[in-house]
Write a protein that binds this ligand. Sequence first.
Ligand code: AGP
Length: 615
Amino acid sequence: MCGIIGYIGDRKASEVLISGLSHLEYRGYDSSGVALMKGSDVQIFKAQGKLNNLIEILKDKQDTCSNAHIGIGHIRWATHGLPTTINAHPHTCDCKNLTLVHNGIIENYQELKEELTTLGCHFVSQTDTEVAAHLIAHEYGKTKNLLKAMQSAVKKIKGAFAFCAIHKNEPDRIVVAKRNAPLVIGVGQDENFIASDIPAIIEYTKKAIYLSDGQVGIVKKNSIEIYDENDLVTQNKIENLPFEAIAISKMGYKHFMLKEIHEQSDVVRNVLSGKLLSHDDKIRLEEFKLTPEKIKKIQRVQIVACGTSLHAGMVGKYIIEKYAGIPVDVEPSSEYIYRETIADENTLVIGISQSGETADTITAIKQVKEKNSHIIIITNRADSTMARLADSLLPVSAGIEVSVAATKSYMAQLISLYMLAIYLMEQKGIEKYNDEIVNLKQELIELPNKVEALLENTDNIKQLAKKYSSYKDFIFIARGINFPSALEGALKLKEISYINATGYGAGELKHGPIAMLDENMPVLAILNRGIVYDKVLSNCEEAKARQAKLIGVADYIASKDKDLFDDIVIIPSVSDTLSPALNIIVLQLLAYYIAEYLGKDVDQPRNLAKSVTVE
Ligand code: AGP
């Protein structure tokens, strides 16, 4: 979380910084700020809340904005200290000569702050970043050289950071540093850019240098110098950025989330393209680097992910265990990293992440890399930190997802996992499910049309949203392969509407949660035809007996059972195995329309960020 940006060249720095920050707003929106440098004059502007507040402030500062061609900027997701203007970046030291923006967390900031306080430093904010600003300034006092000051400061810092620093005595450069937080330098002609992520700079350049952990760099108008962790000059490859400048617009939709929900049929087509050609063809997965012999030796699969990606992984468990016959553990990355995990060269580890920058999952992958397990990364960002750690990279190509609530990336992850499960089965030569798989492949091919059919008329879901928007709590239930759908539906609702929603395995209801049921608790049940249909129906009866309002989401409900429900949403006919891909669209839409009806900030819900780069 947090995004940083830097510019040095001939353009108006303020324009580049603001445009860049607008593309980084998915990383946080608690506050924003820029520092504009002209000669030895540095002006800092900050605003609490959304970027628009900063833009308003800059409107009255046109003189400063027109004259400055060097600057750094920041968009904040608060970690240390309230989301106030005082805590907004950039931060400075006592003499105000050094100015710093930072993404990450400095773990030893308290210790450093105490040391610096005894040396006479005064702190005005509650942030860890201000401590880093004072530390670098203190080191500067020893050498009068910003690069050297940064190099010695980062050796004293524990934790994660991407830094951009400017100094009044060195007005021709921005000094950058990185450890466990993303940083890319956009290479231009007589100008250079720095950003946490490429959408911030893609409209200016298609060439970039990715900094590695431990590297420090000097970015000038006409040159970039990189130093490794031993302070020796090093050369980083200049890479071509992987996507064209895209007009990231809402295309007429009220919110990005709604647009992204509606893009899901194309997302399915994209993921299937080149991998699934026909129902009687084998899955082609050139990205998967293990030979069939090695695949046969896989003893276990471990899936690590967070949030929505974790729910996709939970669906993956059902299909990989069933079709490939390999035991699968799915675990939140944040838990995986703090216990002794058992993995070896016969373990396949799957990291799933929309952003590829989730700190918990990156740490999990780094830990397991030392155990020689084969690592597959399923991500929407082939240019991400996680992608670079992959032995096999499965980019899902859902396209840039702007809304903080993940929708189309979940769909892309699900379909990728279906591909992977079938691929593993086929490479292992398992024949038990051959007929079923032919049907599943045909269904996958037809899925985009079913997604479109579902999205064609959503009036019933809008009506439901209106009806249920006044409830304060919600329960989602399902069993089997749709249990993760219940969890994901509840997550979607709570993150954008702030309604207290929880997903349960329907069979678990009677073991405690049923105590909460009464006429004020709507229960949404997912019941696709399959082995658990009757069981979920019984659980619905139990809920109804406690007067809960009952919503059914299903591809079919027998006439005799319909009266049980207050409301029903019927999805296109689909097998139980593939039903999570359609059920989730109903739940995404329900969450969307409830939040929209309640007037919530759908694309940028409070307290959240799209990319969670802190542990
Ligand atoms: C999704 O709606 C959430 N905002 C969040 O749970 C997200 O899925 C999680 O932070 C993981 O992100 P990643 O997929 O980028 O790793």
